[in-house]
Ligand binder design. Sequence first.
Ligand code: UD1
Length: 418
Amino acid sequence: MDKFIIDGGRRLYGTIRAESAKNSVLPLLAASVLTEEQVTIREVPAITDVLCMVQILRELGAKVTFRGEDVIIDSADACCHEISSALTKELRSSVFMLGSLLTRFRRAVIAYPGGCDIGLRPIDLHLSALKRLGVKIEERDGFIYCKCDVLRGAEIALDFPSVGATENILLAAVKAEGRTVLHGAAKEPEIVDLQNFLNGMGANIRGAGTDVIVIEGVKRLGGVTFLPIKDRIEAGSYLIACAVCGGETEVEGVCGENIRLLLHKLRENGCKIHTKNDKIRIESSGRLKSNRRIETMPFPGFPTDLQAQATALNSGAEGGALIIENLFETRYKYVPELRKMGADIEVNGRNAFVRGVSRLHGATVAAGDLRGGAALVIAALGAEGTSEVLDLSHIDRGYADLQGKLTSLGAKIKRVRI
Ligand code: UD1
């Protein structure tokens, strides 16, 4: 068990490069078992969610090797269609394996998926879409048993643009007989990345990034070498950290369009933002004005994965902010920890009202989930005095070398074994 010891109050200066997007890499790893040929995913981040997904692939019988930052998957010998509950409970993204395994083996058995404890996270939309494609599903004793003789293209309409359900449908329909038309699809950039990856394997998919995706089933998929898009949530987290601390930082690799709403909110806070190609530069005095209102929405709205970090920012800004979380029911579990640092936040269901205090102070706090953990680190960087952030395993799921990157920007942060 490790913890961070953070001395707050340092300004952040310099440049960092965003990693490949976690939320792109995980479904791509799941998609790698769709072919018996070799798949290479380039510049994969060193985060534990990736290691967990690799473990799942190995359990299925795939050979997975790391060459530098690249991951090479050879699933020619994969023969297993069951994923143990120990692994699915570790990682929410294991749910993508349903679509991939059904395409490859016509069978899939997985335990109910886990992941961050941020709400109910049902998978009813995934399952009803799979049924539309001809899959028979039984749920017993915490496991989901899926099988089909043949996958058949269908018209599918999602009641809500779920990212995971959209990705699962692509994975299940890519080799189905005939055409699948998905209405009400999620439009996140990571879905476009999955479409590009699958088309690189020989799939025929168009429309990702809009709310209608058309998948013409193909007979065969081959190997591919693919460089995923960079992580807009990681990039956004560093931009918020710089806004809070003050300074001048550039994040490379992410196009401003992919986090347009965050950039708009940071300008509202009083920061100067410049974007050019895939570079975003922020200048901040460290004295911020509150955002009046931030409401999380599916892309291109404000991402729920940056809600906690934005709340941390508003905790030390001048004025009051209303935060509305529309995607997950219990995504304010980090709030009691922020209060230990002096934050004044009232939570009422999906709403949090943040009254900015002039400065947060150091405290010992514990990360309870990935993004909530990032929010605590950001708050500690801006706070007066020393903080300790415990339970880093949550942060390690999605941020590669957080300490190294922040140190390179001038933060004072140490990682120590407890
Ligand atoms: C993905 C991201 C996650 C992000 C989220 C929202 C990955 C690996 N994870 O998660 O980081 O926070 O998108 O942008 O890409 N829902 C249902 N039934 C379903 C599926 C979802 O009701 O079958 C609801 C959920 O409860 C939630 C909303 O839809 O309220 C959004 O969920 P979804 O987009 O599916 O999120 P994930 O794919 O789990």
